[in-house]
Structures are given as structure tokens and as C-alpha cells.
Design a protein around this ligand. Sequence first.
Ligand code: NAD
Length: 458
Amino acid sequence: MQADVITNQVNHLKTTFSSGITRDLKWRLAQLKQLKLMLVEQEAAFLAGLKSDLGKSEQEAWTSEIGFVVSDIDHTVKHLISWAKARKVSTPMFVQPGKSYLLPEPLGTVLIIGAWNYPLQLVLAPLVAAIAAGNCAVLKPSELSVKTAELLALYLPQYLDQNAYQVVTGAVLETTELLKQAFDHILYTGGEGVGKIVMRAAAEHLTPVTLELGGKCPCIVDSTTDLTVTAARIAWSKWMNAGQTCVAPDYVLIEKSFLTPFIAALKQKISEFYGSDISKSKDYGRIVNARHFARLTSYLQDQDVILGGEMDVDTNYIAPTLVLNPSADSSVMLEEIFGPILIILTVDKIQDAIPLINSKPKPLALYLYTKNTQFEQQVLSQTSAGSVGVNDGMMFMANPSLPFGGVGNSGMGAYHGKFGFDTFSHLKSVLKRSFLFDVALRYPPFSASKLKILKKLL
Ligand code: NAD
């Protein structure tokens, strides 16, 4: 796409924003309902697109993408009126009589850049928040999930107001052009490297950014845990979407003495979930492309593969795979896996997991499976992560009352539910004074006695 086409598109949205149409709450609600209608009416097309891009099963695609966004819309529609209201705050005595409040206002025209692994959810969930907050938006879906990007470009304009919402497809060239524009906010989901490019470009216009990045998510398995349920939840959260999930466990930390029963339980769950020939399971996904397939298979060289390792280059299939105790300087230990390989690291005592986690960049998610509440408190108070799942994997994503975002290298800012509304809003501070009691203490001419009284009041 030509540079001037993108500039014109963005300028058109800015004109729409200036018209004030997106500020109207009824209009916002109508757009949100249209977005839901698109997902309902075009469900079959989107399911087929997700199947083609990532081999997603219907249930996985529906729960983690279509259904996820539909329930986000429902939650937003239910609460929008109250989120958009002025939020009263207290007013100190020295500015009485008066009242203080925060008035949410839309930021303007925003850019949403998505990643390929949940190609629908990662652009539409931020869009729900951007619409709710009264913004215009450009969506840039990932070029790697090509079918889903095409479908978004086809259907979104049929359901939403094109004067306010546009889809730009394409790759680095198009994203680079978009990043030259002066947006009022950018929400980017993807890897750290491009995150830095986005932030640098945003700095040129002093545009605020939300960066939803990734990293290596640790998973501590304490021997007090319920082994069967733990194995099921880890297997589910790891091998959903063939491990291509930003919050999937990357490495398990477990005491040596608990390793054998844990591996047996995990193996059992994998076979219950996907059968004896996993490559034939309709519920197991595929690696997005040949480049990522090669990246993942390279991680397995010279490693102790204790389960799985089967692959098929023609179909980008890699079986659920366990790697035991890779060395600290191996690429599988240094890079985010983002695929169906799970590292198992043994420790002498489970408390040793804490300094190990703290020696690495802060993760997007941390998981802890335990019945020991003292250890749970220790982990919660001594480690940092964007989100923590205690005794479950990634289910925190399903609670719109919890913000979703990273910390440190795993990102900045957050969204989901009201947090998304706030991300795309400016909370304008308002203090309204009465004309009554215009005490002259603050006005010149100043005096020692005025200052003495002020020191007591403030
Ligand atoms: P990707 O390759 O799809 O890239 C993401 C976006 O960046 C795409 O829209 C792409 O067009 C754009 N892009 C790529 N190169 C660019 C460049 N040079 N300049 C400008 N734009 C560019 O996705 P990815 O980076 O492979 O995503 C995987 C990463 O994303 C993993 O680290 C994963 O953990 C993380 N992730 C995070 C979340 C989250 O919500 N925090 C969700 C999913 C994925």
C-alpha cells in the first residue's frame, strides 16, 4: 500500500474524530453491537480462517478468539455507561467548597497492531476497548496469519463505520508507514524487538504506548499439589494452539524427587487429550509457518528430549515435547519458546525456583501449583510477573476484572474490561470551585501571619 494512501486513511479518521460522532455513547454501543454481529454472522468464515492459519480446532478457536471477544463485548456493553461517567474523588478542606472528579475522554485516533498467534482476539479485544472509550482506530493484523487478516479486512468495513475504523493489511512496509503517523495511542502486541521499534517511532510524536510483549513464563510445580489436576491444566495451557501462546508455560520448575510422577501424569494427560497419534488429532494445532518451525526444531538439537520430538516439515507439525534440564546458555533456555516444547528444570528444593525466576527478565505470566499457602505467599511476595495463575493456567485471561499486561521486559500498560477502557481514555482531572468564601490567604500581599495559617491548613 502506498504511503500517501495510509496518510489519507489516518487523516480521514482524525476528521471523523474531530466531528465528535465517536463521543456519543449510543453510537459507541451501536458499533460494539455491530462488531458482535460480525462475529456471530461470520463465525464460520473466521473459524475456517483460523483453521487455515494455525490449524486451530473449532472449540479452541471459538473459546479463545470468537467467544472471547463476544463475551468482552457483552461485558463492555453492560458496563459502558458507568465506566464513562465522571468519577467523583474527595476534595481537601483547603479547596472547599468545591467538588473534584475524573472525566474520561477519548484519546483520539489510535493504532492497534496485532500478533499472529491469536490473530482475531489480539486486534479485536483492543478494538472493543478503543470503541468503548470513544476513539477512532486503525487495525493492523499480523501478516503471518494471512487468512484471518484478509477476513478482517473484508468484514470489518461491512459492519463498522468505515469513517471511524479501518483495517490496514500488509507487513513491515505498511506498519512502518503507519508508525510515521501521529496517533494518539498505540497498542502493540508482539515480540520485544518490534516493541522497541514501535516505542521509538511513537516517541517522535510523544504518542503513549501499550506494549503487550512476551517472554519466558515460569511454572512452579510443588510436590504438595494435586498431581492429576495440575498435569491436566499444564497440558491444556501449554499445548493449546500448539504452544504458540504468550502466556503458555515455558519452563517447569520441580523438585527432583517429584519429577517421575509428574512426567507420568503429564504423559497420561497428553495421550488422553490428543490420542496415541497426536499428528492425527483434530484438536492439535500446527506451527504458523516454516520459519517458526525451523526455529523450534533447532531448539531440540543436543537436548535431552524425554517425550515427543516427532515432527513433520510438510505440515509444520511438532508433537508435544519435553526437554529435561537444558544448559543455561542453550538457545531453548535463552529465547522464548512460543511453541510446543516444554522445558523441565529440576531443583533440589522448590524454594530454589524463586532466585532462578528472579535471575531472568520479569515474565508476562507466572504459574504456581501448590497446596502450601505459606509457599504461595512466598512466591507472590518475592517474584514479579504481569499476571499470576495459582493452581491454573492462563484462566486469569477470562476474568475481565483482572487487567492483562506485562511488567518490565514483558510489556507496559494493560487492557481487558474496564482497564482497556481506561487505557484508551484520558482521565481528565476536574476541580469545580464555588464563588463563595473567597478567602484571601493565598493572594498577595503575603505576610508572616498568612503563611502561618497556610502552614496549618495545608
Ligand atoms: P508478528 O510477527 O505477527 O509481529 C507483530 C506485529 O508487528 C505484526 O503486525 C507485524 O506486521 C509487525 N511488525 C513486524 N516486524 C515489524 C517491523 N520491523 N516494524 C514494524 N512492525 C513490524 O508477531 P511476533 O513478534 O512473532 O509475536 C510473537 C511475540 O508476541 C511473542 O514474544 C509473544 O509472547 C508475544 N505476544 C504477546 C501477547 C500479549 O498479549 N502480551 C500476545 C501474543 C503474542
